[in-house]
Design a protein around this ligand. Structure first.
Ligand code: AHR
Length: 325
């Protein structure tokens, strides 16, 4: 009997501790609205912030159960995760696609299972765009145009400009559109030249590797157009090791995309010339689109998040400090 009471006491103490420490009771999934999210990976600081924004939006709400699968930058892993979501009978699927091509079959499978889909961040290139409800993310072409505009304003029209181009995952919307903006501009500026296009896969390690190799035989660069911050950090390390100066007053002017806190700090300190913003914090917007859909309200076909561009001249330390990602 004594033993029974001490077990009872232990149990009630555990329950009390759980309620005091804010440990959440998990609802049985039969009651919750289940969202399956196939995320690209964790290749960049941007991606980590996007994952956090998505998870926070859903995980703090008892009405939802949020299942996330990390595809480690492989489209095949996304297909496997999505098929698992279908088998599990989730109520909604959110996909951040690695690349644009190759989605027709899997999206048709989701439609056959009567599960609504939202595409976030990058886009998909499918023949039937009624296969998904909406696409929310950045206007990547506009980001590239902001970068090009900055180069135009910064470069005298008679000066020959040698641009080194670091590219992200080939076939991803962020790569396709940022590359398009630059290549279009080079076609219309006879004094601009892309000296090389290096593949950095949106990661710091890959960019450092390809830049280190490139700089062993090529040092004549005026501008580095790097398609994300993490590749820029890898490139900066390679430039330093090669003894090449960069940033304000340096040999190589640096343009980067994302505008994470770390990149903005470098920009503020004069090490990066231009940070083009790519906002990853749209988890709450994805949730509100899903809620609109659940209430039977119309949702727009495409939603672009607000973005801007920053130079040493227009950012303050307070702004850098307040950056959420
Ligand atoms: O699709 C958004 C891009 O993907 C971001 O620029 C990059 O950092 C991420 O990996």
């Amino acid at each position: 009997m004594k033993r029974f009471f001490s077990i009872l006491l232990c149990l009630s103490m555990i329950l009390m501790m759980a309620s005091c420490s804010g440990i959440k009771e998990t609802k049985p999934s039969a009651e919750a609205f289940v969202v399956g999210f196939s995320q690209v990976g964790s290749e960049s600081d941007w991606r980590v912030a996007n994952t956090k924004s998505m998870a926070t939006a859903f995980e703090n709400d008892d009405e939802y159960e949020f299942l996330m699968e990390n595809a480690r930058q492989e489209q095949e892993n996304q297909f496997t995760a999505i098929r698992r979501f279908i088998l599990e009978g989730v109520d909604f699927i959110v996909i951040a696609p690695t690349v644009e091509e190759g989605w027709d079959t899997i999206l048709a499978e989701i439609r056959d299972a009567n599960i609504p889909v939202i595409i976030i961040d990058r886009s998909v290139a499918v023949e039937d765009d009624s296969l998904y409800l909406t696409n929310i993310g950045s206007d990547f072409l506009q980001q590239g145009k902001l970068a090009v505009e900055w180069i135009e304003n910064d470069t005298p029209s008679d000066k020959e400009l040698k641009i080194l181009h670091l590219q992200g995952t080939i076939g991803a919307t962020a790569q396709i559109q940022r590359t398009k903006a630059l290549e279009d501009a080079v076609r219309t500026h006879s004094n601009w030249k892309i000296v090389s296009q290096l593949y950095g896969d949106f990661t710091e390690a890959k960019a450092y590797e390809v830049m280190t190799t490139y700089l062993k035989t090529n040092r004549d660069i005026d501008v580095l157009y790097s398609e994300n911050d993490n590749m820029t950090f890898g490139a900066m390390r390679a430039l330093e090791e090669a003894g090449i100066t960069y940033g304000n007053g340096g040999q190589v002017k640096i343009i980067t995309f994302d505008a994470t806190k770390e990149a903005l700090q470098y920009c503020h300190d004069g090490k990066i010339n231009l940070c083009v913003e790519c906002n990853p914090m749209f988890g709450p917007d994805v949730k509100s689109l899903i809620e609109k859909y659940r209430r039977g309200e119309a949702i727009p076909r495409h939603v672009h998040v607000n973005e801007s561009a920053y130079t040493t001249q227009n950012i303050t330390q307070d702004f850098v400090d307040s950056r959420a990602y």
